[in-house]
Design a protein around this ligand. Structure first.
Ligand SMILES: Nc1ncnc2c1ncn2[C@@H]1O[C@H](COP(=O)(O)OP(=O)(O)OP(=O)(O)O)[C@@H](O)[C@H]1O
Ligand SMILES: [Mg+2]
Length: 455
């Protein structure tokens, strides 16, 4: 009986945490051993060979991250759970990357804590899965911090964990999510935490340029392959050789290029435009889409074989309205970004308003709202107005008939309404015309031509 008892080492500099954890876990039949700092933790780990370690990140003498790294050198297979104080993506990713099994934020929820501990212990005995974890833990380098990727909601925490697991593997990743949810930040974090972090990182927006230009951008061209191709030019895949390519808006990639991309994924080779010698490029691909790519496959717009090639790992970034618990942190983050003196006060009503709003433009819209509120504020109190589809009924009613009475023609009135709608959409999407057009469900070309008329 005694011998079967699983032992857990808990290292935390706070006495109350050590005691609470022991009080929680001892009755469940675990043998608990405690350490009050990093050095003691390593000593006890060597001496007692526990089945599970729970480590606080902030400890005197040696930080939890340092202890984690050392423990993993001694025995990789023992799962480690980290205690973190705050929704900090870098630390979370870092910890997962260095081989932590999971992390728990303090103050923690008791049921969730016990669940994670139980799972970690089960996991510890599943060697096969451990192997997978080991490969992630092997990349020893710890990257410099960049704390611009915020989120403490359970959904974002899951995403940080996934990034930590998948980053060092070089697997192709498909990131999906509504516009403005942070897909590019996910891609950047994967690249930053991958083994290719110091290799080229090239981003291509597949929706922003015409088909023929896109093809020569990506694959390059030979001299004379089309009018204007005066010299041979390397494509972005060649430039990125040995590194990472981020294919943004992959769903808008034309079918002909989808075939070419598929060949790159299968054979790591392609032809430049107008070329007949295969060029090799060994790149890790991270693709993103603000549409459901599977649905695009079902409606025949996207190649199924390419979809399966891209979707080796898929990360779905949730819309902001499904993680309102992140709003406060994000607001603080953007205030610090746009007002470095950071004297802005966020009144409760403003915060409530932000939490109630449904954020169709997601984090980007929140960022823009905070930015304009700070720029236009006359005091230090954050006051958010004019959220686009908030409180429709409270919005000022435009008197169209009065406009006609004042001498405008019917056509002019309609035109002014159209202009207002289009400019509001452009504002929402940082003047990105294709995104504004998509949001308005209008043809991109129509939007361009309307804009031209008004310029
Ligand atoms: N979790 C986050 N923490 C901090 N900033 C964020 C977060 N998510 C998004 N942002 C900010 O919001 C803006 C939009 O993010 P990003 O460009 O990554 O979105 P996206 O999903 O790629 O959008 P799109 O589909 O429109 O290209 C950026 O300025 C980004 O810095
Ligand atoms: Mg993007």
């Amino acid at each position: 009986m005694e011998n079967d008892m699983k032992s857990i080492l808990v290292a935390d500099d706070e006495f109350s945490i050590r005691r609470n954890v022991a009080d929680l876990l001892s009755p469940l039949g675990y043998q608990i051993s405690v350490a009050k700092d990093g050095i003691e933790a390593i000593e006890k780990f060597r001496r007692e060979s526990p089945q599970l370690v729970i480590l606080d990140i902030n400890m005197p003498h040696k930080t939890g991250m340092e202890v984690l790294v050392e423990i993993k050198k001694i025995n990789k297979e023992v799962p480690v759970i980290m205690f973190t104080a705050f929704g900090n993506s870098e630390r979370a990713i870092q910890a997962m990357k260095s081989g932590a099994y999971d992390y728990i934020e303090k103050p923690f929820d008791i049921d969730e804590f016990i669940l994670i501990v139980t799972r970690a212990l089960q996991f510890g005995s599943l060697l096969s899965e451990l192997k997978q974890l080991r490969s992630a833990a092997d990349s020893s380098q710890i990257r410099s911090t960049e704390n611009d990727f915020i989120g403490k909601s359970p959904k974002m925490q899951e995403i940080f964990k996934l990034i930590g697991r998948v980053a060092p593997t070089n697997a192709t990743v498909l990131i999906q999510g509504e516009s403005g949810t942070g897909k590019e930040l996910v891609a950047d974090a994967i690249q930053r935490h991958s083994m290719l972090y110091d290799k080229p990182y090239v981003k291509i927006n597949c929706g922003a340029i015409s088909e023929s230009l896109l093809e020569s951008e990506i694959f390059g061209h030979e001299k004379g392959s089309f009018t204007g191709a005066f010299t041979q030019r390397k494509g972005l895949f060649e430039i990125a050789d040995g590194g990472t390519v981020y294919l943004d808006e992959i769903n808008s990639m034309p079918q002909s290029l989808q075939v070419k991309l598929l060949r790159v994924l299968q054979k790591q080779a392609f032809f430049r435009v107008g070329g007949d010698i295969p060029v090799t490029a060994n790149v890790r691909i991270i693709a993103s889409s603000n549409k459901d790519v599977k649905a695009e496959v079902d409606s025949g717009k996207f190649r199924e074989d390419l979809y399966y090639r891209l979707n080796v790992v898929s990360i779905n970034v949730p819309p902001l309205r499904e993680r309102i618990s992140d709003i406060y942190l994000l607001v603080e983050h953007f205030i610090a970004k746009f007002s470095p003196e950071n004297k802005v006060i966020v009144p409760r009503e403003t915060l409530n308003k932000l939490k109630k709003y449904n954020w169709p433009g997601n984090v980007r819209e929140l960022e823009n709202a905070i930015h304009s509120a700070i720029v236009t504020a006359s005091n230090n109190v954050l006051n958010i107005e004019n959220l686009s589809n908030d409180n429709q009924q409270e919005k000022e009613q435009v008197d169209y008939l009065n406009m006609v009475e004042r001498g405008m023609s019917f056509k002019d009135v309609v035109n002014s309404v159209e202009k207002k709608i289009i400019f509001e959409a452009l504002k929402k999407f940082d003047n990105n015309q294709s995104k504004a057009a998509e949001y308005l469900k209008m043809n991109r070309r129509l939007l361009y031509s309307r804009l031209k008329e008004w310029m």
